[in-house]
Write a protein that binds this ligand. Structure first.
Ligand code: NAD
Length: 397
């Protein structure tokens, strides 16, 4: 059966598993090309199946020879009309490539917020993973979370606070620039976003892992955050997601206290804006991205998730260029936020119109390609769009 890219707005409705395999391999090859580094050897990655989480897992495994456990929420194939999610296949192929190198690559599919998942992972670490981990990457981006202590389910809402925000956005399905207006978040929506995208569940993971004796001396944990420039603040940093990320910083402080006895470290890593399943549905962000990419590409600064995470692991988390900011956070986003970059981005954003947004003036084509790549389409090195559904159904993560 042939597969082709199908979109609904900025969400993919199809997947090319052959392309996902090649994309995972391309990322592995990128890391291998940079050479080995001394980093994690036993890592647990929450949100391991795509973008920042997958990139973290790939650099850990193929740059630092780490055994890894990945937790993600993905769907497998059901029939010809439902082939499952890209992350499902990323898990399968990551495991295949890692095992070829003699590394452990265990996948857990399910709800990382649940107590059951925490217990399953802890049991696995104790019984089959050598008893301890030295790194926990928290890279979840989720619409919902059920708090297992109260049974209440919360939803996140990516909205501004205290004001309505209007701006242009891109519809990838229609290839149109359109005006989007986002209403301010209600108190309940802000609370929900903090519950889902803040740091509470991160703290619970670390507490349970520590109580079970699963954290190695010198253990590190990192959560990915975003701040971005002024133009994105109204709907991100100053919006509901920004409040959640600020709360995660408080969590990080508490985790740091909890890890003192192990000489451990909890870190917030403020990462750059990249094309991911989560970021393309953030209101108005895509318009900023297509201008940012053009500028960063021209200045030789453009990074995909694997380039960004590999640099962070080598030079910051396990390197000597941590450059902590005044709040003790890692700031690899400093390239994005450079004054010369932002000045050029602002100039481009001012020139952008519905007529010119697909031209060479900006990087719409690159943005679209990166989005297609997330779902296994238009991947460098893959031309095969033929899949055997029965064979796909047999593959397990
Ligand atoms: P993504 O959508 O590509 O990946 C999210 C991951 O979370 C996937 O592996 C998914 O399976 C997993 N997941 C979702 N719900 C889950 C659940 N209930 N249980 C288990 N797994 C679940 O997201 P991303 O863009 O890579 O974002 C990861 C983190 O990086 C987020 O915290 C985000 O805020 C942060 N970040 C993103 C950007 C960006 O530009 N994309 C920039 C800075 C920081």
């Amino acid at each position: 059966m042939k597969v082709e890219m199908k979109l609904k707005g900025n969400m993919a409705r199809s997947v090319n598993p052959n392309g996902c395999k090649q994309e995972v391999l391309n990322q592995i090859n990128y890391v291998k090309k940079q050479g080995d580094y001394e980093g994690t050897k036993k890592a647990l990655v929450l949100g391991a199946s795509s973008s920042y989480g997958l990139a973290s897992r790939i650099t850990a495994a193929f740059g630092s020879h780490a055994d890894t456990i990945g937790v993600s929420f993905e769907r497998g194939p059901k029939d010809e009309t439902m082939l499952g999610t890209a992350g499902w296949y990323n898990n399968i192929f990551f495991k295949e490539f890692a095992e070829k190198e003699g590394l452990i690559a265990k996948n857990f599919i399910g709800d990382a917020f649940s107590l059951e998942m925490k217990e399953q992972v802890i049991d696995y670490i104790k019984q089959e993973f050598g008893g301890e981990i030295d790194l926990l990457v928290y890279s979840l981006a989720a619409p919902k979370r059920t708090d297992y202590k109260t049974g209440i389910t919360y939803s996140s809402a990516l909205k501004p606070i205290g004001q309505e925000v209007s701006g242009e956005n891109i519809n990838l399905e229609k290839e149109e620039l359109f005006i989007q207006t986002v209403e301010p978040a209600t108190e309940e929506e802000i609370e929900g976003t903090v519950k889902v995208m803040g740091g509470e569940d991160w703290e619970w993971w670390v507490e349970l892992l520590k109580e079970a004796g699963c954290l190695a001396e010198g253990f590190k944990t990192v959560l990915y955050s975003y701040i971005g420039p002024d133009v994105t603040h109204a709907f991100y940093h100053d919006g509901s997601l920004g409040v959640a990320k600020e709360q995660a910083e408080e969590s990080s402080k508490r985790i740091n206290k909890n890890l003192k006895s192990l000489n451990g470290e909890s870190l917030i890593c403020v990462s750059k804006a990249v094309t991911t399943k989560a970021s393309v549905v953030i209101p108005i962000l895509p318009k900023y991205l297509i201008c940012l990419y053009k500028v960063m590409q021209e200045m030789n600064l453009h990074e995909t998730p694997i380039m960004h995470k590999d640099r962070i692991f080598r030079t910051m988390l396990y390197g000597t260029e941590s450059n902590y900011d005044e709040k003790g956070r890692l700031r690899p986003d400093s390239w994005e936020l450079r004054a010369d970059v932002q000045e050029k981005v602002n100039n481009l954003m001012a020139q952008l119109t519905a007529d010119n947004f697909k031209t060479d003036l900006i990087a719409y084509d690159l943005f679209k390609k990166e989005f297609f790549n997330l779902n296994g389409f238009d991947v460098d090195g893959n031309t095969n769009n033929d899949v055997d559904v029965a064979e796909l159904m047999r593959m397990k993560p």
